[in-house]
Design a protein. Structure first.
Length: 295
């Protein structure tokens, strides 16, 4: 359908005598001075508010975000807030190695060298190579130019190849911090998923999306308590024998059932110590858990 629309769409008509290329007298633009979108402005304000809240106790250096910030304006917004950006570029982004040839002696020195492709990557750029389940994963580390960015980018390239079919795919992770190692760049970007999981757990299990408070202090307390419970629940599940690590449903089921069991015992007037010392009393209370208890 899209192809049919493209074929039927009228083509732009070039005006006869229209100049091709850069207009005469136009000046170079400073790509560090950018106009921020409303989203980028809001995000920059959130970063500054978070840094103010954290204070000087933690030295925050990097801001990690998904591919939505993989552009120059977003990079400049983060840098203006005082942080380095770790993000993802489009897989088909046009990147260029710095020009390594000799200066011709005329005009401005060349800036862009060979275009980066999987074929132009060499053994010097290769950092790690692993093979698992017929998938070969190679990690490359380069510093390259992007024509929309004013400075060199520190890029980690993850290339996965299916050894059976020969198909390949690549991921481009980047940062403006040129001193950041490729291993750290990949590890820091991976933290983004853990942060998203934390918010998912806070919403799904600990009431982050259910509280009905409207006053600032109450909202602040409810949100912070929900996120606190995400961390606290991990500590609890690590101490409970037989609880699947990370299973919030099992954790809540066990504690809720134990609470009911204690209430029932107390309502019967049974105050003997053995009811509280012997954990076998709680075995029936774990009915309803999702995962089987570990042997």
């Amino acid at each position: 359908m899209r192809r049919d629309v493209q074929k039927s769409a009228p083509k732009a008509v070039k005006t006869q005598g229209q100049a091709v290329g850069r207009p005469k007298g136009s000046l170079n633009k400073n790509r560090k001075e950018v106009a921020l979108s409303p989203f980028q402005t809001q995000l920059q304000g959130c970063i500054r508010s978070a840094l103010t809240l954290i204070g000087l106790d933690l030295g925050i250096v990097y801001f990690v975000y998904d591919g939505a910030l993989g552009n120059n304006a977003s990079l400049q917004a983060v840098k203006q807030a005082g942080l380095h950006l770790i993000c993802k570029l489009r897989h088909d982004s046009k990147l260029y190695f710095p020009y390594a040839g000799a200066y011709s002696g005329k005009g401005k020195p060349r800036k862009y060298g060979e275009k980066l492709t999987v074929e132009t990557l060499t053994a010097d750029h290769l950092k790690t190579e692993t093979v698992a389940k017929n998938i070969r994963t190679r990690v490359y580390h380069v510093q390259v130019w992007h024509k929309n960015f004013p400075e060199l980018l520190n890029v980690a390239i993850i290339v996965k190849a299916n050894l059976k079919t020969g198909r390949t795919a690549k991921v481009l992770l980047f940062s403006d911090d040129l001193n950041l190692a490729s291993e750290a760049l990949i590890d820091y970007y991976a933290l983004r998923f853990q942060i998203e999981f934390n918010f998912r757990d806070a919403k799904q299990y600990w009431g982050l999306e259910d509280f009905m408070n409207v006053k600032a202090t109450q909202v602040n307390n409810a949100a912070n308590f929900a996120l606190f419970m995400v961390t606290f629940s991990q500590l609890l599940s690590a101490k409970l024998e037989g609880v699947n690590r990370g299973s919030m449903l099992d954790l809540k089921t066990i504690f809720r059932a134990r609470k009911y069991t204690r209430r029932i015992i107390n309502s019967l007037g049974k105050n003997a110590d053995e009811f509280y010392i012997d954990d076998r009393i709680f075995q029936a209370a774990e009915i309803g858990r999702i995962h089987a208890k570990a042997a």
